[in-house]
Design a protein around this ligand. Structure first.
Ligand code: KIV
Length: 274
């Protein structure tokens, strides 16, 4: 009798873990992260082979059409993170805690982050803050919830920071990244930080720094999916590089469909049934 084939490894066992993610820094392996907000695009992002997928509160702007990230709710983030969680076989999936889901005390933060992990197949949460959020990060980590911190420009504090500005206070930035590390964060996003300051922070903390507008020395880079695909309709920040032009290609495809319907070219015989 032929040997039984080995059991097929479940794709769920192949996901990158939080400790692996942290180990990329020691191995000097650059980390790539991209946002995703729904099932089909999350599958494509995962197939492209990135290490991390972020269900970002940027969805408030790029999916929901709001002017900043403040309006998106915890329930909405969870709804989208469920779709992304179902799609991902390989990458580590991190979900943004929306404003103000972690500002109402440690217990509320654990309850909200716990809901994200219980409902979504996602593995970690991200929150904006460093020294000011150290206690919350510590409480979440003690509860077994991995935390990615987000320092530098904090879009949820857009009103307090007076707009989306480059953050240049080196001591404050270093202090934030150190406090997040000491509180147990497994990685830290640095947004809109001058490259030389991001380099020094990267050299000073053991956890990976993930830059967005923070130069090439960071241990990894993150971009918003819609920006990479050239789908962003409004303002595009300087740190974005578009690798496709879907803003042009999508209307072109739809216009061609419209033209073929009007001319009778679509549907052709091969699109019908006998
Ligand atoms: O919400 C988001 O997409 C983010 C990234 C830009 C880091 O926080």
């Amino acid at each position: 009798m032929a040997d039984a084939p080995p059991p097929k490894e479940s794709p769920r066992q192949k996901r990158i873990t939080v400790p692996q993610f942290t180990a990329f820094k020691q191995a000097a392996q650059k980390i790539t992260m991209v946002t995703a907000y729904d099932y089909p695009l999350a599958r494509l992002v995962d197939e492209a082979g990135v290490e991390g997928v972020l269900v970002g509160d940027s969805m408030s702007m790029v999916v929901q059409g709001h002017e900043n990230t403040l309006p998106v709710t915890l329930d909405e983030i969870i709804y989208h993170a469920e779709m992304v969680g179902r799609a991902i076989d390989r990458a580590l999936v991190i979900v943004d805690m929306p404003f103000p889901s972690y500002h109402l005390g440690k217990h509320k933060a654990i309850e909200n982050a716990g809901r994200i992990l219980k409902k979504t197949r996602c593995q970690a949460v991200k929150l904006e803050g460093g020294a000011d959020q150290a206690e919350t990060i510590q409480a979440l980590v003690s509860a077994g919830i991995p935390v990615m911190a987000h320092c530098g420009l904090r879009p949820q504090s857009v009103h307090q920071q007076g707009g989306y500005r480059v953050q240049r206070d080196e001591n404050a930035l270093l202090n934030d990244a150190r406090a997040a590390t000491e509180a147990g964060a497994f990685a830290v996003v640095l947004e809109c930080v001058p490259s030389n300051i991001a380099k020094r922070i990267t050299e000073h903390v053991e956890i990976p720094t993930i830059g967005i507008g923070a130069g090439p020395a960071c241990d990894g880079q993150v971009l918003v999916l819609h920006d990479i695909l050239g789908l962003t309709c409004d303002y595009v920040p300087r740190f974005v590089k578009a690798y496709a032009d879907l803003k042009t290609e999508i209307p072109n495809a739809i216009s061609r469909f419209r033209d073929e319907v009007r001319s009778g070219q679509f549907p052709a015989a091969e699109h019908g049934y006998k």
